[in-house]
Ligand binder design. Structure first.
Ligand SMILES: Cc1cc2nc3c(=O)[nH]c(=O)nc-3n(C[C@H](O)[C@H](O)[C@H](O)COP(=O)(O)O)c2cc1C
Length: 384
């Protein structure tokens, strides 16, 4: 009997591959997927893959750690959803992420998942970054409360920016960060290196994930501008990305479908701009009390959990990372939230237009590229 229980609780290769696949579906900066996994007898180990760092925009690996934290959460949820009891040790080798492991997830037995764990695990494959305009509907406070609980469950705080002055301040910070990045050739070159024209590319940001509206994008908050960096001609901004406040990503509108379109007259463009409603998304800031590697990992877990809880609630989201990239604006974001501690991520949240098709998933690297089986790991023949 005893051996049967052990057998059941074991972390098999199949189970580990499933968990690492779920981990890989986590969001990451520029879809860089900066993680590596190693399977031992009863544990999965997560390490940073610094060869996939994005050094210009993320020189201190903050967003790399946040990305890895989100992957860690997914891995844990996948194991929990399968009924495994898991103990997690973070940074077991100390804070140096270039040599030490980020986390070890050890399977210590069986324990049925709670309903929240099941719900969140089921949302992993349905979560996508949705950069399209949202409808005018506000998020109900119950949903905000749920998202706040999700952040708090991972030891972080979540601020919901409702005060018009705070929202304006954040919008200004995002615009300023955007302007700085738009005018930084090193930033532009790095971003371009992560944009993918080949829809089969296993990493990076595909064209289809940065949908462009047919006219100017009108939102209170500029999205990260992926359009300008590719150097592709755009129909409404032939001179390249505008740096204007109301512009942002969508203003560099092009034709994602590649179909030919007659150029619009200035009058037509102006009329459409007038008629396009301005988007007022909900804006959430996730933060931590301190700012070491463990806090950044934690922020990643919180980001992952908030995004999955949003997905489960039918809420669409996309990170507004520009103001986090730059240390000076990041500090001011914290001030805009009125909170203490450190702002780690800004999210735009709302409802997708029910008439738009579901977002296609962006690709991930194959599991064999990110998972190695240690010499003392389980035999590939051992089945779940
Ligand atoms: C730390 C971090 C920062 C990000 N910053 C931005 C951003 O500034 N703008 C944006 O549109 N998406 C941002 N993203 C979303 C990623 O581009 C996205 O997760 C990735 O391309 C994979 O796509 P998916 O989320 O749809 O699976 C960020 C994600 C993470 C984890």
């Amino acid at each position: 009997m005893g051996t049967m229980v052990t057998q059941e609780a074991a972390l098999t290769v199949d189970r580990a591959r499933e968990a690492v696949t779920a981990a890989g579906l986590a969001p990451s900066l520029h879809n860089s997927q900066p993680w590596r996994w190693r399977l031992r007898q009863d544990a999965l180990e997560l390490s940073a893959d610094l060869s996939r760092a994005v050094p210009v925009v993320d020189p201190d690996h903050r967003q790399l750690l946040i990305s890895c934290g989100a992957a860690l959460l997914n891995c844990w949820l996948s194991l929990r959803a399968a009924g495994l009891d898991v103990e997690v040790a973070e940074l077991p080798d100390g804070p140096d992420i270039s040599t030490g492991r980020l986390a070890v997830l050890r399977v210590v037995g069986r324990r049925p998942p709670c309903p929240t764990e099941t719900t969140l695990a089921e949302a992993i494959t349905r979560r996508h970054t949705d950069r399209r305009p949202f409808t005018a509907a506000d998020l109900p406070t119950e949903v905000i409360r749920e998202l706040r609980r999700a952040a708090e469950a991972e030891g972080c705080w979540l601020a919901w920016l409702t005060d018009p002055d705070a929202r304006l301040e954040l919008s200004v910070l995002l615009t300023r960060a955007d302007w700085i990045e738009t005018h930084d050739p090193a930033y532009q070159a790095e971003l371009a290196s992560w944009l993918r024209e080949d829809p089969a590319a296993p990493d990076g940001i595909p064209r289809a994930a940065t949908p462009v509206s047919e006219g100017p994008r009108r939102s209170e908050f500029p999205l990260r501008d992926f359009g300008g960096a590719s150097g592709l001609p755009t129909s409404s901004a032939p001179g390249g990305p505008p740096a204007g406040a109301a512009g942002g990503a969508g203003a560099a509108a092009g034709d994602a479908g590649g179909g030919a379109r007659l150029p619009e007259s200035p009058e037509e463009a102006e009329r459409r701009a007038r008629e396009t409603p301005v988007e007022h998304p909900s804006v959430l800031v996730i933060g931590t009390d301190a700012d070491g590697p463990a806090d950044r990992l934690r922020a990643g877990r919180a980001l992952g959990r908030v995004l999955l809880a949003a997905t489960a609630a039918g809420v669409a989201t996309s990170p507004l990372g520009q103001a986090i990239d730059i240390e000076a604006t990041r500090a001011l974001v914290r001030r805009a939230t009125g909170g203490s501690g450190h702002a780690q991520m800004i999210l735009r949240a709302g409802y997708a237009d029910p008439h738009t098709p579901p977002l296609p998933a962006t690709n991930r690297r194959p599991v064999d590229d990110v998972l190695t089986i240690a010499a003392d790991g389980p035999s590939p023949m051992a089945r779940s």
